[in-house]
Design a protein around this ligand. Structure first.
Ligand code: HEC
Length: 142
């Protein structure tokens, strides 16, 4: 009898661990639920707008690279040991610009990702946020 209970416990614990695996493995890579008003937003700048990309590159290097790495893959981050998202082709293929705008504008509460939008400590304009997103998608998303 007690070995049956042990067996059942083992199976149950295994199931819980399997169910939690994606949470541990890909925690920072999950696609979050974006509020509707942000999802609808469109980037006014395209990857062929040279001056927008230059401005975006400047902002990324000044405000983002220290945590996200200069190649957007988290390599060289000051947040050593934190599982950083990897900005690559797969990342951008699954996320619209409105989603990324939302996170950069509002931050991710409870994580080191602060709000960067108008009125925040960093106070980036909406235009600058769009330019940094255009740059990231062009540079890391191809
Ligand atoms: C102080 C460090 C830090 C800085 C500076 C920073 N980030 Fe982040 N960012 C993070 C961390 C940590 C996460 C992951 C949070 C999590 O999911 O646990 C993150 C997450 C993100 C995400 C969401 C990734 C996802 O889950 O889809 C985006 C987009 C992002 N950052 C963009 C930026 C941009 C653009 C800048 C510059 C304007 C920037 N970040 C500056 C630390 C930083």
């Amino acid at each position: 009898m007690s070995s049956l209970i042990f067996f059942i416990k083992t199976v149950l614990i295994s199931l819980v661990l399997i169910a939690l695996m994606p949470v541990f493995a890909g925690g920072s890579q999950q696609v979050r639920k974006v509020p509707d008003e942000y999802r609808a937003k469109k980037n006014p700048f395209t990857g062929s707008d040279k001056s927008a990309l230059e401005r975006g590159e400047y902002i990324f290097s000044k405000k983002c690279a220290r945590c996200h790495g200069k190649n957007g893959d988290g390599v060289g981050s000051i947040l050593e040991g934190y599982s950083m998202p990897v900005f690559n082709k797969e990342y951008y293929s699954k996320r619209e610009d409105g989603y990324i705008f939302w996170i950069v504008d509002q931050g991710l509460p409870g994580t080191p990702m602060r709000p960067f939008g108008p009125g925040s400590d960093y106070n980036l304009s909406e235009t600058d946020i769009w330019k940094v997103i255009a740059y990231e998608r062009e540079k890391f998303g191809k």
